[in-house]
Design a protein. Structure first.
Length: 278
């Protein structure tokens, strides 16, 4: 493949991704905004009214010059992309909220919720019920945040390994198939957060057209459920990666043979190397 063919293929794939992630969902949302603006709360279920008004608008468009129609179409595509970018930014906010990284105004509430979860976890006598709360003592106000936090705590208890500092080293020695699996569930979490963000936008549109409330609730809930599933898979894969490839990392760094499981002494040496004794 020549460089020109490579760049052409790359441009095509980027255009497809840009259209599927930004433009297409944005067009659907703009269509909903248009319906909401036309029918409002008063005619929310009057489809004959919507059809009649749509025919009037279509007749007005037919009388416009071709240049105006082309510019309008370009404007709609750009507006769709802008809405898609806004949903992407909102998805980042949703991820932080799901993972328990709440902004300063919400931190007192986060602290109270975390305290309640810790109390429930400590007083729970049924191990199965306790694990449903968290696999380790909760330190975040949300289940997703505690699912990730439990991996860090369990790895540190078992191997004295500080996961945040050593994960990049572990990632470099993992086979491509294993990295692809981790990246896949991470991508699923991103998609779930984006779906939840679209749900919030539709929910806000309900102020103009109340059926959009229902669309937003269903969409946001679906995104949240998918997010839980993705985080559960991501947490399990991360912990499994430490168990399986931790001994190999110890061998590569010169701290073990690679043929036996990690022990706390070796894990601490790896952590110290990763942190550069900081």
């Amino acid at each position: 493949m020549t460089m020109q063919e490579f760049l052409s293929e790359l441009g095509r794939r980027l255009a497809e991704k840009w259209f599927s992630l930004l433009v297409l969902p944005g067009l659907l949302f703009l269509a909903s905004v248009t319906v909401a603006a036309v029918v409002g709360q008063e005619h929310w279920n009057d489809w004959s009214y919507l059809i009649r008004r749509s025919r009037d608008y279509a007749a007005d468009l037919d009388r416009q010059p071709a240049v105006t129609l082309v510019l309008a179409a370009v404007g709609v595509l750009l507006a769709s992309a802008v809405v898609g970018l806004a949903a992407g930014a909102l998805a980042g906010v949703a991820q932080r909220l799901w993972l328990g990284d709440w902004p300063r105004p919400l931190r007192p509430l986060a602290a109270r919720l975390t305290d309640r979860l810790q109390e429930r976890w400590r007083n729970c006598e049924d191990p199965v019920a306790q694990n449903r709360i968290s696999l380790a003592e909760p330190d975040r106000p949300t289940w997703m945040g505690n699912s990730i936090g439990a991996v860090r705590i369990r790895v540190e208890i078992a191997y004295a390994l500080h996961l945040a500092e050593t994960w990049p080293h572990l990632w470099l020695i993992m086979p491509e198939t294993s990295r692809n699996e981790v990246e896949q569930v991470r991508s699923e979490f991103n998609d779930a957060a984006r779906l939840g963000a679209w749900g919030l936008l539709y929910f806000a549109l309900g102020a103009v057209w109340w059926p959009s409330f229902l669309i937003g609730l269903v969409t946001a809930f679906s995104g949240w459920r998918r997010g839980r599933t993705a985080i559960d898979g991501f947490s399990k894969l991360t912990e499994a990666a430490v168990d399986i490839y931790g001994p190999r990392l110890a061998r590569v760094l010169g701290f073990g043979s690679g043929g036996v499981p990690l022990d706390p002494k070796t894990g601490l040496l790896i952590s110290l190397l990763a942190r550069k004794h900081a």
